[in-house]
Design a protein around this ligand. Structure first.
Ligand SMILES: [Zn+2]
Length: 420
């Protein structure tokens, strides 16, 4: 069994935490920003120092490769993203890049023999926090392999037109054209050149920590759906219109939301998660009774039958009147549970066992580049535990020891795939 270095991992964490540092312990590192250039410059420098060749594709994804003994063998790749959400933490995404760098560094320094070329990769714009949507570039690269209902949301031309949420003017395509890390489309990850993909990531939830486990062997990314629930009322003056005659769309929505929670909770599935995170109010003026509300419902569960039961509750809600207001629902999108490659999953599980790490099988509730890549080639993920289950915020933390354990599991799993 090969072990990665905790000291080198500490150095990587300290170094990358500076690029886009907010001063409050976290980072804001939007894709294609100055901070992202710093992170990529460091990636290139360190990977060239260990003798890797760095290539870049037309979407700014970066690939650092150490050759193997068989020049005809396909590459095995490890990677994740280096962008963050606004005021995010020092681990989401970048851990998968640092873990890949550390695994390659261990291979180079310990002169570990391998047949296949081994690659550390940066996937561009996973968060999509400046240029939406999330998982934009993995959605473009794997587009031909995705189910059509998902593929249509990641068309190259449309993605290039994605507008900055900050200046509301610059497009992703314009910024990409000016970016220093841009290369050839021929360098993109493809199944004829790559054999398998591994993504190390923080769990972003409390399951591993609560169970006292260091590492998660990820079997799938949960299926989910996204609906809008809409309420149509009547606008009128807040001071003159009597309560008894009102059709207040916000009051209607509030009642319906409580009803949805009550009914979904009655399903008795504690592993089911559902969220209303977005609400639109019209006209959103304090002197006017709202005539229109819509809110989002994001629902995630492995089993399609459980998701169908939640959909049935929403359909039932749409059939009723709420506080005198008509209700409609609209499906925005849905996707099935994505199961990772069984062989790679077993390599990860065996590696965790052989390293003597406390581990468990775990589902991913969040989306990742690996989930799209899995449609294109054998792919899997490794999780390390997150302190207090926190992520997408500045206190996000995983210990250097856990981060290194995750990198070691990935390295040994990669070497098992290499010897196949
Ligand atoms: Zn991530």
């Amino acid at each position: 069994m090969y072990k990665c270095s905790v000291d080198r991992m500490k150095d990587l964490i300290n170094t990358f935490s500076q690029f886009g540092a907010t001063g409050d312990g976290g980072i804001t590192r939007y894709e294609l920003s100055e901070a992202s250039i710093m992170a990529r410059t460091e990636f290139k420098k360190r990977m060239e120092e260990i003798g890797a060749t760095v290539e870049i594709d037309d979407l700014a994804c970066m690939y650092a490769t150490l050759p193997g003994t068989d020049p005809k063998a396909k590459r095995i790749v490890m990677g994740s993203h280096c962008d963050s959400v606004r005021n995010g933490g020092n681990y989401d995404g970048i851990l998968g890049v640092m873990g890949a760098m550390e695994a390659l560094t261990t291979v180079a320094k310990d002169k570990i023999a391998h047949k296949h070329p081994l690659t550390a990769m940066i996937w561009t714009n996973e968060e999509g926090s400046l240029y939406p949507p999330a998982m934009m570039v993995s959605g473009i690269i794997t587009n031909d392999y995705l189910p059509p209902a998902i593929a249509k949301n990641f068309q190259f031309d449309n993605m290039m037109k994605s507008v900055s949420v900050v200046d509301k003017t610059t497009t992703f395509g314009e910024q990409l054209a000016k970016y220093p890390f841009i290369g050839d489309k021929a360098n993109r990850i493809t199944p004829d050149k790559y054999k398998a993909m591994f993504e190390l990531h923080i769990e972003q939830g409390p399951i591993l920590e609560d169970a006292g486990n260091e590492v998660g062997v990820v079997d799938c990314v949960l299926g989910m759906f996204n609906y809008r629930v809409k309420f149509f009322g009547q606008a009128a003056h807040a001071g003159t219109f009597p309560m008894a005659k009102r059709k207040d769309a916000l009051f209607a929505a509030a009642q319906a939301l409580i009803h949805i929670h009550t009914e979904v909770d009655k399903l008795g599935r504690p592993e089911l998660v559902y969220t209303t995170g977005e609400i639109v109010c019209h006209p959103c003026v304090h002197t006017v009774i709202p005539d229109y509300i819509d809110f989002s419902i994001d629902c995630r569960h492995e089993d399609p039958e459980v998701r169908a039961k939640v959909m049935a509750i929403l359909e039932d809600v749409a059939k009723k009147e709420w506080a005198g207001c008509r209700c409609e629902i609209e499906e925005k999108w849905q996707r099935d549970t994505v199961y990772f490659n069984e062989t790679l999953f077993n390599y990860v599980k065996t590696s965790a066992e052989e390293l003597g790490l406390k581990h468990q099988v775990i589902h991913s509730g969040a989306g990742h580049d690996a989930q799209f890549c899995n449609y294109m080639m054998p792919t899997t993920m490794i999780f390390v535990r997150s302190k207090d289950g926190l992520s997408h915020c500045e206190p996000e933390y995983s210990s250097p020891e856990d981060c290194t354990a995750g990198a070691s599991v990935m390295l040994n799993a990669v070497l098992k795939a290499d010897s196949e």
